[in-house]
Ligand binder design. Structure first.
Ligand code: GDP
Length: 456
């Protein structure tokens, strides 16, 4: 495989539709398009109606051709887009004609890879593009488009710039301590570093809390056996997906289904009832329920109002209390039966903010309306404004690494251990740079010599 090859692919999905697009990228893109259309006068960024011929000069389609002259194209190479008729045949025939005229079939993601290698997109933009195509909600799409436009890249650049300046200062203090170093430099280094750490911390914490926006929300329905968890799931889905039974312990494994609310995908997970048990198989199911809750953004804890509060209910409350950063909801189910549950005692045990609602899962329509309204309000509350949001586990991990290194740098700077300080700042730089493009030590020298008149 050669990066210099001219590559071609059908860029639109296969199937019937009004149009399809065959895209060529590389030095021969224009020559190949000219050969197929018998035209050579394509103006960059103009749509030109063209007949398209195969290698035997047979007319295969009428198409619109758009030529993007390098470097003003997606890949920064010569690019031609042939917008032909949709369906399965035309685009395939044009693709074959391009291959016969010297193009090579593009590998998966190769156009974007070239865009990255040619400096048109950074890692964060490539990642945003891949996620945008699979976006799980309108909210996610809006955030990913912002990332694609370079918003996260700008944030990373600002952070890198701040860290590079600090590194350059530190290097100067190590190597050129006799030189003209501004006074109060130690205080300014420390305060700039603290400010950088604070900016990163805010983005990190916010992103950790809002991953559901990008990845799709996970909602675990938890509770002791027989409170009506499966009935609640079925009510929300308005079908009989889960088996409902008065026999406790019927749901031994998790059941998962997707619903869409206000354009957001929510993955509903009906978990096995949590209770004290000696049964090894049931214990496995319970462990899975707890893990599922831990990995969820929303928790719906179901209690049965017709039964008195017991140790198993208290276990559920303890679990809720361990989730201060999640959206926790309590559904008091079986509201059609006389109330025996001590609601006040439950509210007293709660240490996390928790919205509660009375439902009757047997009246599935009413129950679904009530719960969906609450989910919708939670999603509205979660709408992301102008804040920067990291959109992948990789980006979150990178910021976490940078934060750890900065914390260490602040510690060693207190003892004026400058070499260790530089080492930790370089680590932070590497971590944060991995979000967009790898860190190169020459950037530090550029900053260092650019900022100080050392007279050497
Ligand atoms: P799970 O073990 O928590 O999943 O509970 P199920 O959904 O299997 O329900 C246990 C039993 O409670 C079944 O017999 C249901 O029909 C019944 N049940 C569920 N919700 C309600 C409700 O709101 N009212 C009444 N009266 N019974 C309910």
């Amino acid at each position: 495989m050669n990066e210099k090859d001219t590559i071609v692919a059908i860029s639109t999905p296969q199937g019937s539709g009004a149009m399809a697009i065959v895209r060529l990228s590389g030095s021969q893109a224009l020559a190949i398009t000219s050969k197929l259309t018998k035209k050579s006068d394509f103006l960059p960024r103009y749509a030109t109606l063209s007949s398209v011929f195969d290698e035997t000069d047979t007319l295969i389609d009428e198409a619109i051709v758009i030529y993007f002259k390098a470097p003003h194209s997606y890949t920064r190479e010569e690019v031609c887009e042939i917008q032909c008729h949709g369906g399965l045949i035309s685009a395939q025939m044009i693709l074959q004609a391009c291959l016969k005229a010297g193009a090579r079939l593009a590998n998966a993601g190769e156009f974007s890879k070239r865009a990255f290698l040619n400096g048109r997109l950074d890692f964060s933009q490539v990642s945003a593009l891949a996620k945008l195509i699979e976006a799980k909600s309108q909210n996610a799409a809006k955030i990913l488009v912002r990332q694609l436009k370079g918003e996260l890249g700008d944030f990373v650049e600002q952070t890198r710039h701040a860290l590079l300046r600090l590194l350059a200062h530190s290097e100067v203090m190590i190597d050129y301590s006799e030189e003209d170093i501004p006074i109060n430099i130690t205080e300014s280094i420390l305060s700039e570093l603290e400010a950088t750490k604070e900016r990163l911390r805010r983005v990190y914490e916010f992103s950790n809390m809002r991953q559901g926006t990008i990845e799709g929300y996970r909602l675990s329905i938890i509770g002791k056996p027989n409170v009506g968890k499966s009935s609640v799931l079925n009510a929300i889905l308005l079908n009989d997906r889960a088996i409902i039974s008065p026999i406790a312990g019927t749901t031994r494994d998790t059941i998962e289904e997707n619903i869409t609310i206000d354009g957001n995908t929510i993955r509903l997970i009906d978990t096995a009832g949590i209770r004290g048990t000696q049964d090894p198989i049931e214990s496995l199911g319970i462990e899975k329920s707890i893990q599922s809750a831990k990995q969820s953004d929303l928790i719906l804890a179901v209690f049965d109002v017709s039964r008195t509060l017991d140790e198993d209910d208290k276990e559920i409350l303890n679990l809720l209390n361990s989730f201060p950063d999640k959206h926790c909801l309590i559904a008091y189910n079986k509201n059609d039966l006389p109330v025996a549950l001590d609601i006040n005692a439950i509210e007293k045990c709660l240490k996390v903010p928790c919205q509660s609602v009375f439902i009757n899962a047997k009246d599935s329509k009413e129950c679904a309306i009530t719960l969906k309204e609450i989910f919708s309000a939670v999603l509205k509350h979660d709408e992301v404004g102008e804040e920067i949001l990291l959109t992948s586990a990789f980006q979150i991990q990178a910021v976490q690494k940078a934060l750890d290194s900065i914390t260490e740098a602040i510690k060693v700077f207190g003892n004026l251990e400058l070499e260790l300080f530089s080492y930790n700042i370089t680590d932070a730089l590497r971590a944060i740079s991995s979000i967009t493009h790898p860190y190169d030590i020459s950037e530090m020298f550029d900053t260092m010599f650019g900022e100080f008149c050392l007279g050497k």
